[in-house]
Design a protein around this ligand. Structure first.
Ligand code: LAN
Length: 660
C-alpha cells in the first residue's frame, strides 16, 4: 500500500483507502497462472444438459458434486416453480423441462416440493411439446420426446456446395458448432435407451399417454414464454421441404454427410484440445462419440476436459457459459490495476498477469484450417485461453491493448512482431459494413436470420458487426499506432475512419449505443464513446456530448447507474430498482472518456461507489451484467472486482497527475 501524501483532503484520503482495499481484494483472487478465474454461470440450460449428458453417457460425477448441482438448481428456481433462461429471467419451458428431467435422473424424488411445484408450472404452460426447440431436442436425446416432434436437422446441409448462401459454414460459429453435432445425432436418431426412470418421467411430464401423443402437431408449437424469435415463414417452408425429404432420405447422401460431419466434429475437438468452442457443442460431442466410437479415445479425451466447465460457487455447482473467461478478465484486471495509481507497488502481480497474457496469444494458424471452415487465428487471443483456439476480435483487441500497456512494467514485453500479428489479424477482420464482428468477418447474408430455428435466442444466425467489438478494435489499433508509429499507420487510419463511420451509424437518436454483450445501453454507450474518441472525435463533438447526456439522464439520485437484462430483451432502457456498482463504473468510465471527468455526475458516481464498498474492498452482489443473443444473461464474477476499481482509479487520477 502506498502512503497517502500530505495535504490531502479527508475525502481524497477516503478515495485512496477505497482504492487500496479494492485493489487488495482483486489481487487476492489472482491465481498462480497470473489469471483471474471466476464464476461464469448464469444461463440455466447448461447444467441440466451437463447432468443429462453425463447420465446418458455414463460419465460418473462424484456424490458431493451431484448433490451440489441439485442444491444449485434448488437455489435458482423461480417463485412460480419454473426456471428461467438465465438466473434472472422469467420461467421458460425449455429450461424447466430439461431441469426437471435432469433432477429426476439424478434421483430427486417426484414428491420433492421443488419438483411438485415445477411440474405444476410445466403442465400449466403446455408441457414439453411447447418448449423451445433446443429443449425438445435434448428431451429427445433423453428419450423423453420423439424425433417425430422435431423439425429436421439434416446432416446433408454440410455437403451442399459451399458457394450456397445456406451452407452451414456461413453461420455464426456458435450456431454452426451447435447444429453440427445436432445434425449427426439427428441423422442417426440417437437416443438414450429407455429405462424405468425414463418411463416415470414421461408419465410425469406429459398429460396424455406417451404413445398417443400427436408429435407432428408439436413441431411448430412454442409457448409464449419461450418464443422470442417466432419461426419465420421462410423457415416454415424450409421445414416442410426438409420433412418431405426426411421421409425417404437418399441413403448414400446421408452416409456421406454423416461421415463429413463426424470429420468436422473430430477437427473441432483437435483444434480445441477437446474443449470445443462452447458448452453446448462440448456436450453434444460426447453424445456423438458415445454413438460413433463407444470405446474410442475421443470419449476419454472429452471426459477429461468436462470439469473445465464446472464451477463450484457459494450457491452450488454450475456449468459455465464457456470453459472460462480468463483472458478477458485478466486483460481488464491488469488495465484496472495500471490505472489505479498503484502499478509500481504491484509489479509482481502485473508481471504474472502479463505472463498469462503472453502465454495465451495464439502463435500459429490451425493446420488444414480451411477444411474445417476456420479463419486464420495467428496473433489473436481467445476469450478463455489459447487451448480453446477460437480467437475473438475484441479479445484480441483487449489482449493487444493490455500487452501494450503492460510493456513498460514487465521484464520481457511481448515482441513487436507478435503484436504485429495481432494487429494484422484485426486489420484483416473488418467487415464490409465497416464494423467488427465477434469471431469471424462476414460469411453469410443477413436474411439467414429468417432461418433462426431456436425460438428463444435472437440474432444467432450470422456474425454481425458489434459496437463493442468495433470500438475495442479501434482503441487497440490506435494504441498500437501510438507505440509503434510507422508500422501500419495507413491501414490503421483507414480502419479507424471506417470504424468511426460504423459507430456513428449505430448511435441512436437519444445519443445512446445499444450493447449486445453486456447490459445494455450503459455497456454499449461506454464502448461507443471510447470508440468515437479512438476514431478521433474530440470531447466537444456533438456525438460524444449526446452520448454523455444520455448517460447523465439515466443517473439515479444516489449517484449510481442501474440497468437490467430486460433492457436487452426489450431494446429500451429498463432501470434496475437500485444502483449497480458495475454499471455505475461503466458510466463513469464512459463519461471520463467523453471528457466529463470533472463533472458533478462522475463525482456523484464515485460517491456511490465509495459509500457502497464493503470493508474487505468488495461490493455487494448485484444484478447480472453480461449478456448474449438478446435474451440470455451471463455472470462475470470479476466485473465487480475490476470495474469499480478501474472507474475510481481513473477518476482519482484526474486530480493527482503525479500518481504512478
Ligand atoms: C461470449 C462470451 C464473450 C463475448 C465477448 C468477448 C464479451 C463479446 O464482446 C464478444 C462475444 C463473446 C465472445 C461471446 C459470444 C457468445 C457466447 C460465446 C458468450 C456470451 C459466452 C456464451 C455464449 C454462447 C453462445 C453460449 C452458448 C449458447 C448458444 C446460443 C450457442
Amino acid at each position: 500500500m502506498e502512503p497517502t501524501s500530505h495535504g490531502q483532503t479527508p475525502a481524497a484520503a477516503g478515495v485512496e483507502r477505497a482504492l487500496d482495499r479494492a485493489l487488495s481484494h482483486l489481487i487476492s483472487h489472482q491465481a498462480d497462472s497470473g489469471a483471474w478465474p471466476g464464476d461464469y454461470g448464469g444461463p440455466m440450460f447448461l447444467l441440466p444438459l451437463y447432468m443429462g449428458t453425463c447420465y446418458a453417457t455414463g460419465v460418473p460425477i462424484a456424490a458431493d458434486v451431484r448433490a451440489d448441482m441439485v442444491r444449485y438448481l434448488r437455489h435458482v428456481q423461480n417463485a412460480d416453480g419454473g426456471w428461467g433462461l438465465h438466473v434472472e429471467s422469467h420461467s421458460y419451458l425449455f429450461t424447466s423441462t430439461i431441469i426437471y428431467s435432469a433432477l429426476r435422473l439424478f434421483d430427486v424424488p417426484a414428491e420433492d416440493p421443488m419438483l411438485v411445484k415445477a411440474l405444476a408450472w410445466i403442465r400449466a404452460q403446455g408441457g414439453p411439446l411447447a418448449a423451445a426447440s433446443w429443449g425438445k431436442f435434448f428431451l429427445t436425446l433423453l428419450n423423453l420426446h420423439d424425433y417425430a416432434g422435431l423439425n429436421p436437422v439434416p446432416p446433408e446441409l454440410w455437403i451442399l456446395p459451399e458457394a450456397l448462401p445456406i451452407h452451414p459454414s456461413r453461420l455464426w460459429c456458435h450456431t454452426r458448432m451447435v447444429y453440427l453435432p445436432m445434425s449427426y445425432l439427428y441423422g442417426h436418431r440417437v437416443q438414450m435407451p429407455v429405462n424405468a426412470r425414463v418411463l416415470q418421467i414421461r408419465a410425469e411430464l406429459y398429460m396424455e399417454p406417451y404413445d398417443r401423443i400427436d408429435w407432428a402437431s408439436a413441431r411448430e408449437r412454442v409457448a409464449a414464454t419461450d418464443n422470442y424469435t417466432p419461426v419465420a415463414q421462410m423457415m416454415r417452408l424450409a421445414n416442410r421441404a426438409l420433412l418431405a425429404y426426411e421421409k425417404r432420405p437418399v441413403r448414400l447422401l446421408r452416409a456421406q454427410a454423416l461421415e463429413r460431419v463426424l470429420e468436422l466434429v473430430d477437427a473441432e475437438d483437435r483444434n480445441t484440445q477437446y474443449i470445443c468452442l462452447g458448452p453446448v457443442s462440448k456436450l453434444y460431442h460426447l453424445w456423438v462419440w458415445q454413438h460413433a466410437r463407444p470405446n474410442g479415445s475421443q470419449l476419454a479425451h472429452h471426459v477429461k476436459q468436462l470439469p473445465e466447465y464446472l464451477w463450484r460457487a457459494k450457491d452450488g455447482t454450475k456449468m459455465q457459459g464457456y470453459h472460462s473467461s480468463q483472458l478477458w478478465d485478466t486483460a481488464f484486471a491488469a488495465q484496472a490495476i495500471l490505472e489505479s495509481g498503484r502499478a509500481s507497488a504491484n509489479a509482481q502481480v502485473l508481471e504474472r498477469a502479463h505472463a498469462f497474457i503472453a502465454a495465451n496469444q495464439v502463435s500459429e494458424d490451425l493446420p488444414r484450417r480451411a477444411h474445417a471452415y476456420r479463419d486464420a487465428t495467428k496473433g489473436g487471443f481467445c476469450f478463455s485461453s489459447k487451448d480453446n483456439g477460437w480467437t475473438v476480435s475484441d479479445c484480441t483487441a483487449e489482449g493487444l491493448r493490455t500487452a501494450l500497456a503492460l510493456a513498460p512494467h514487465v521484464k520481457t514485453p511481448i515482441a513487436s512482431e507478435r503484436l504485429l500479428d495481432a494487429v494484422d489479424l484485426l486489420l484483416r477482420s473488418q467487415n464490409p459494413d465497416d464494423g467488427f464482428a465477434s469471431y469471424e468477418p462476414y460469411r453469410g447474408p443477413a436474411w439467414l436470420e429468417k432461418l433462426n430455428p431456436s425460438n428463444c435466442f435472437g440474432d444467432i444466425m450470422i456474425d454481425y458487426s458489434y459496437v463493442e467489438c468495433t470500438a475495442a478494435c479501434m482503441v487497440a489499433l490506435n494504441q498500437f499506432k501510438a507505440e509503434y508509429p510507422g508500422l501500419r499507420d495507413t491501414q490503421i487510419d483507414e480502419a479507424t475512419r471506417r470504424g468511426l463511420k460504423f459507430l456513428r451509424s449505430r448511435q441512436r437518436e437519444d445519443g445512446s449505443f445499444e450493447g449486445s454483450w453486456g447490459v445494455c445501453f450503459t455497456y454499449g454507450t461506454w464502448f461507443g464513446i471510447e470508440g468515437l474518441r479512438a476514431g478521433g472525435l474530440s470531447a466537444g463533438h456533438s456525438a460524444i456530448q449526446r452520448a454523455c447526456a444520455f448517460l447523465q439522464g439515466k443517473q439515479l439520485d444516489d449517484g449510481g447507474w442501474g440497468e437490467t437484462a430486460e433492457s436487452n430483451l426489450k431494446r429500451r432502457y429498463v432501470h434496475a430498482e437500485c444502483s449497480q456498482a458495475v454499471m455505475t463504473s461503466w458510466a463513469m468510465l464512459a463519461l471520463i472518456a467523453g471528457g466529463q471527468g470533472e463533472s458533478r455526475a462522475v463525482a456523484h458516481g464515485a460517491q456511490f461507489l465509495l459509500s457502497s464498498q464493503q470493508r474487505d474492498g468488495s461490493w455487494p452482489e448485484e444484478h447480472i451484467a453480461g449478456m448474449f443473443n438478446k435474451t440470455c444473461a451471463i455472470h462475470y464474477d470479476n466485473y465487480l472486482k475490476v470495474f469499480p476499481l478501474w472507474a475510481l482509479g481513473k477518476w482519482a487520477a484526474r486530480n493527482e497527475k503525479e500518481r504512478v
